[in-house]
Every structure is written in structure tokens, then in C-alpha cells.
Design a protein around this ligand. Structure first.
Ligand SMILES: [Zn+2]
Length: 103
């Protein structure tokens, strides 16, 4: 025989979100000009299997995205300089992505 006890679950209401980078908070209406997400690090990585939830405002994301794009461009430039990556001609790009011919 099993006996159960009712446990009241306390409800939580989200009242504010703050950017994890700059601290910018949502307004009185609760509207947060930004986004939220979760990052899962792979096993064997520096953060081995950890999950991280982030809230980031539009401004910080824009800066972060720009920084990521610059790093990626720098990496590609370094690969081209080192001969590990070859620049494609427009004909090679169109052969690989014929859908771009429309443009
Ligand atoms: Zn921010």
C-alpha cells in the first residue's frame, strides 16, 4: 500500500531578466530586449558536459556576434595565408551553389 502526501508546489513567476554581460534589465512591463538560450558543452571539452543558461541583450549580442564574425574572418585569413584554405573563384562558387545563379 502506498500513501501519498500532497505537496504544494510553489509557483514562480518570472519578474525580471538581466543581461549576463552588461546587466541591462527588462523593463517594468517585463519586456526584455534580448534573447535567452542554453549552451551545452561537449564531453571532453574544457567545460566537460556542463550546461549554461544565458540571457543576453540585443546590444551585447550584436557586439558578440560581430566579434565572432571577426574571429572567424581572421581564422579564414590565417588558413588562406598558411595555404590550408583556397579562395574560390565565382565560377567555382556557382558550380557548388547553382541556386545563386538567380542572383
Ligand atoms: Zn547586455
Amino acid at each position: 500500500m502506498r500513501k501519498y502526501k500532497s505537496i504544494l508546489k510553489k509557483d514562480k513567476k518570472l519578474v525580471q531578466i538581466a543581461c549576463d554581460w552588461c546587466g541591462k534589465k527588462s523593463g517594468k512591463d517585463g519586456f526584455f530586449e534580448g534573447g535567452s538560450g542554453e549552451i551545452s558543452f561537449g564531453y571532453g571539452s574544457k567545460f566537460d558536459g556542463a550546461n549554461c543558461k544565458i540571457d543576453i541583450c540585443d546590444d551585447c549580442f550584436e557586439k558578440y556576434a560581430d566579434k565572432m564574425a571577426i574571429r572567424k574572418m581572421q581564422k579564414i585569413d590565417a588558413e588562406i595565408t598558411a595555404g590550408k584554405r583556397k579562395l574560390m573563384t565565382s565560377a567555382e562558387v556557382l558550380k557548388l551553389h547553382p541556386e545563386l545563379k538567380k542572383w
